[in-house]
Design a binder for this molecule. Structure first.
Ligand code: ADE
Length: 351
């Protein structure tokens, strides 16, 4: 075990007190995979003999030292974040055959992007063609070498497919009940956004910037609680509340604030920009932002004041919230506390 711990630099302290024996973890099917490695479902036997469904993240075998470092950072961060109902909690770690596994809470309905796309599909099948415009937003065609779009497509194919169909199309459900559980009102959509704002407010209070807030990184639980996940890019902002990205990390261009694109500067207020894009993703049922704009042309347009227009089914009030998140000056954007309050107000009047 010692060599495997040393193989992951910096992880020794992070693992302390949270290692579960490999014998208590049963690994099941793969839920998703990306460049870093894979996430699979697992069943953990707790001390009291109870069984817990978990998700297990494993670094790929031939990971580079840098990827290994990122993974150990992610484990350390997840452990330091603590518990909040809208953040995916770490359950523990496990060393299996010299490989470190990160064990987190299992969210049965998979990622929010996939969940919303499934919901849109079910609703349009039920109601006819009025939601067809969503398909236009979904054509992720612009940039061939966009790592994130490839990743999104990949996860779209594999992640929540089983979870969504199992949870939604259970054997004992009648046909109308099936559709019912995927029918989302504007209140449901606002509730998702409100929960993410709550989780982000907490994350910001622990001085963490997420840097990759997007629907693909929000997970949906059986009771429709949503949880912020994927701390792969998260950073502690110990220095003047700003994180300066040093290398050429793979970055989610269309979710990034202007100062992040321009100066690789990341703050809680740049997470707020990404939250605005996430709001847009929610309202469009998992649409792809700026569908016709290539990554390399985006910054210039933003600088000239261009912003995405109001989606068809979006209220003017909610669109104004997005626009506030996309203000050029970070200090003029709302805080997550402001956003929570604003979304609460909108929830009161929503149908
Ligand atoms: N896919 C990635 N992480 C997951 C999790 N925690 N639960 C369910 N599906 C996931």
């Amino acid at each position: 075990a010692m060599t495997s711990l040393l193989a992951l630099p910096g992880v020794l302290g992070a693992l302390e007190g949270c290692i579960v024996p490999a014998s208590s973890l049963l690994l099941l099917e793969t839920l998703g995979s990306g460049c870093f490695g894979t996430v699979c479902k697992g069943i953990l036997t707790c001390h009291d003999g109870k069984l817990e469904e978990v998700a297990v993240k494993r670094l790929r075998d031939n990971a580079t030292p840098e990827e290994a470092r990122h993974f150990s950072d992610e484990i350390a961060l997840m452990k330091s974040v603590g518990h909040h109902k809208n953040i995916v909690s770490m359950v523990g770690c496990c060393i299996e055959g010299g490989v470190t596994l990160l064990i987190v809470e299992y969210c049965a309905l998979g990622d929010l992007q996939r969940f919303l796309r499934e919901a849109a599909k079910a609703m349009s099948e039920e109601r006819g063609p009025d939601l067809k415009y969503i398909d236009i937003c979904h054509s992720d065609s612009d940039s061939e070498n966009d790592y994130y779009e490839r990743q999104a497509k990949l996860s779209q194919r594999i992640t929540a497919a089983n979870a969504v169909s199992n949870a939604t199309y259970g054997m004992d459900m009648g046909d109308s009940d099936q559709k019912n559980s995927l029918r989302l009102s504007s209140k449901d959509l606002l509730a998702f956004a409100r929960q993410v704002a709550d989780g982000m407010e907490y994350l910001a209070s622990t001085r963490l910037v997420h840097r990759d807030l997007a629907a693909r990184n929000i997970l949906v639980c059986e009771d429709r609680t949503v949880k912020i996940s994927d701390f792969g890019l998260s950073r502690d902002i110990y220095e003047q509340n700003v994180y300066h990205q040093s290398g050429y990390d793979k970055v989610p261009i269309k979710w990034m604030a202007m100062e992040s694109l321009m100066h690789r500067e990341y703050t809680t207020q740049s997470d707020v920009w990404s939250f605005g894009i996430l709001l847009w993703e929610i309202v469009t049922f998992g649409g792809s932002p700026y569908p016709s704009i290539p990554n390399n042309g985006l910054f210039q347009l933003l600088q000239r004041g261009y912003r995405m227009e109001k989606p068809a089914n979006c209220s003017e009030e909610l669109y104004q919230v997005m626009r506030q998140c996309w203000r050029e000056k970070p200090s003029e954007r709302p805080t997550f506390t402001d956003l929570k309050k604003r979304l609460d107000d909108l929830l009161v009047t929503a149908a």
